[in-house]
Design a protein. Structure first.
Length: 197
């Protein structure tokens, strides 16, 4: 992954396995994400579901990273980018080891190495942001975004909601919260209409 670039990060459980079986799994995954990924990236959106997850984030630039543990004394962009990838690997490996121990399983938890799709336009950014939040509806886990606990959607519905998300930056892509809600409702209606066809 390149420094200063925005990505849609996602992965799926191996086979028919679940990534998250109980409440504590979700909490542990997010706590590890906060430790490993939040220091190296600005987070805009996330959604965790039993079998997979999605994040929209921007990798910090070299100036923002240079004093962080693991980045000190690095030289060259490639060294920084390797350290970024290592942070993601450490996060997923840490979660998988703890999860396997908790549920008494062995082997790879994740289907493959995580995917990182670079965001290259405002339209793609908006579509990805909405796609991530509407994913629990698309996969039938809920019919109402308000009812899906494991998503950053709640942080955008209430300014009083405590969050590590870069909400101001995210809202700037939609101009304001009213337009974000309108776009979300429009995309949801399109999703419903597609499923009815």
């Amino acid at each position: 992954m390149e420094l200063g670039q925005t990505y849609h990060i996602y992965n799926h459980a191996n086979g028919d396995e679940q990534l998250f079986r109980e409440y504590s799994n979700y909490i542990f995954f997010l706590d590890k994400f906060k430790s490993y990924i939040h220091p190296i990236a600005d987070i805009y959106a996330y959604c965790l579901m039993p079998y997979h997850f999605h994040f929209l984030l921007k990798v910090k630039d070299q100036e923002e990273l240079k004093d962080l543990s693991g980045f000190q004394n690095l030289t060259g962009l490639s060294a920084y980018e390797k350290q970024i990838s290592k942070s993601f690997s450490n996060h997923f490996n840490s979660y998988a080891k703890a999860y396997n121990k908790r549920v008494e399983r062995r082997g790879s938890l994740f289907e493959r190495r995580f995917k990182a799709k670079q965001i290259k336009s405002v339209d793609q950014w908006q579509e990805t942001f909405l796609y991530i939040h509407l994913n629990p509806i698309k996969h039938g886990f809920t019919q109402n975004l308000k009812l899906w606990k494991w998503s950053s959607w709640h942080a955008y519905k209430s300014i009083n909601y405590k969050s590590l998300l870069d909400r101001n930056e995210a809202l700037s892509y939609f101009d304001n919260i009213e337009n974000l809600l309108y776009c979300s409702e429009d995309k949801l209606n399109r999703l419903i209409n597609m499923s009815l066809e």
